[in-house]
Design a protein around this ligand. Structure first.
Ligand SMILES: Cc1cc2nc3c(=O)[nH]c(=O)nc-3n(C[C@H](O)[C@H](O)[C@H](O)COP(=O)(O)O)c2cc1C
Length: 389
């Protein structure tokens, strides 16, 4: 399979990080990047009341606030689930919704999750849609590349789940073709070997502003890490130890080193992000009481809400969650849990940075209220601690 894409100049296809003035390069200059997880999905994992809503308007207000606060990244996920959903049913598509947010934000990167094998979407569709969003967002938009880990999602699209590692090989072939189409100075033809599509004299212009859109991968498996090392600017790492901050801090340094070493072996550099929930109040006792109240409202075994979480998945990344050797968290949401007073939260963020984390993708139990608390009480302390410029 041909790997190296060329631009009109004949040079290798550049990544956004090759341009000093790209939004990605600007974001990466922060000591600890800040991302906001946008929940375009009806998540009701605890009955403790919140202001949350999956609607575009609620999330548009959040993304505007995050942009004003100087957050570097907004991200949302996509899931394809039958009636019954995940926790709740309603969900907006993050490809379209974050694309629309380009028009109401100024600096923040907008990362949409796309299941790149479903459909399958033809490479020409992807390359043109992505170049269009790249221009609308002036280089701020990007893809969180996922290949689909739940059997039920593949079945919804009309086939049996594709083998785990083969999915990454298929995605690699797809991205090599996308790179050609984003970079080539001439029409490009390719006959898919692992994928059921071909391209005959494919061409798009304008090209993306900074080589290609920003690319993100969320993975923990060897095949996924190998893919991420070759095809991503940012990698969502997942704590091999589970959600408790102590086990995350214990297991992350070695894991992050392996991810970065893998990228270096391909001559690439990746930044790491971790999806974290912050549960904070002015004092430690208040923060713990808040976490207790969230936990008390979680669905109990035997209820419908509890049962819908158990779709068959072949993912590797979250297996630390079931590992009894590690301290497990309270299952409050997010990949890891940061609980405490503002000072304690900042201490944990400093420790994550020392563990090799380049940015945190923040989730809150109550997005609007807790983002306010974060802005007023935690962000100033992060600046004092040198985590933010
Ligand atoms: C922050 C974050 C967001 C994710 N969003 C999605 C998503 O929207 N849709 C999806 O199918 N997988 C998503 N994933 C990926 C899966 O949860 C899982 O980690 C991945 O399929 C595992 O790949 P692996 O087997 O290579 O480790 C996300 C993972 C993380 C850490």
């Amino acid at each position: 399979m041909a790997v190296t894409a060329t631009q009109a100049t004949g040079a290798e296809l550049k990544a956004p990080s090759d341009f000093d003035e790209s939004p990605l390069s600007r974001a990466a200059r922060q000591p600890l990047m800040l991302g906001l997880f946008l929940n375009l999905q009806d998540i009701n994992f605890s009955s403790l009341p919140t202001s949350n809503s999956w609607t575009f308007d609620y999330n548009a207000e959040l993304v505007k606030r995050a942009d004003e606060l100087g957050f570097e990244i907004a991200f949302s996920r996509t899931q394809w689930l039958p009636k019954g959903g995940y926790d709740g049913e309603a969900s907006l598509d993050s490809f379209i919704a974050l694309g629309a947010m380009a028009a109401i934000t100024r600096n923040i990167l907008l990362i949409s999750t796309i299941h790149v094998l479903y459909g399958p979407l033809h490479p020409l569709h992807l390359v043109k849609y992505c170049a269009t969003l790249d221009h609308i967002a002036k280089g701020r938009w990007g893809i969180n590349i996922v290949t689909g880990h739940r059997a039920i999602e593949h079945e919804m699209f009309g086939w049996q789940r594709i083998d785990h590692d083969k999915r990454y090989e298929m995605a690699s072939e797809l991205f090599e073709v996308l790179h050609h189409l984003w970079g080539e100075g001439e029409n490009f033809s390719y006959q898919g070997k692992l994928n059921p599509w071909s391209v005959n004299n494919g061409w798009i212009t304008p090209k993306p502003l900074f080589g290609r859109p920003n690319l993100v991968t969320a993975t923990g498996s060897p095949a996924g890490i190998d893919f991420a090392a070759r095809h991503s600017d940012l990698v969502f790492v997942i704590s091999p130890g589970g959600a408790h901050i102590d086990s995350a801090l214990e297991t992350l340094p070695q894991h992050i080193k392996a991810v970065k070493d893998r990228a270096r072996a391909y001559g690439c550099a990746v930044k790491t992000l971790i999806n974290s929930i912050i549960v904070s109040r002015d004092t430690e006792a208040q923060a713990i009481a808040y976490a207790d109240a969230i936990e008390a409202g979680k669905p109990q075994p035997g209820t419908r809400a509890f049962a819908t979480n158990n779709y068959d998945s072949d993912e590797h990344a979250w297996r630390g969650r079931g590992d009894a050797r590690h301290k497990q968290g309270r299952n409050l949401g997010g990949n890891i849990e940061i609980i405490g007073s503002p000072e304690q939260v900042v201490e944990q963020l400093i420790a994550l940075k020392r563990a090799g984390i380049d940015g945190v993708q923040l989730t809150f139990y109550d997005f609007r209220e807790d983002l306010d608390h974060f802005a007023e009480r935690i962000l100033p302390l992060m600046k004092e601690a040198g985590l933010r410029l």
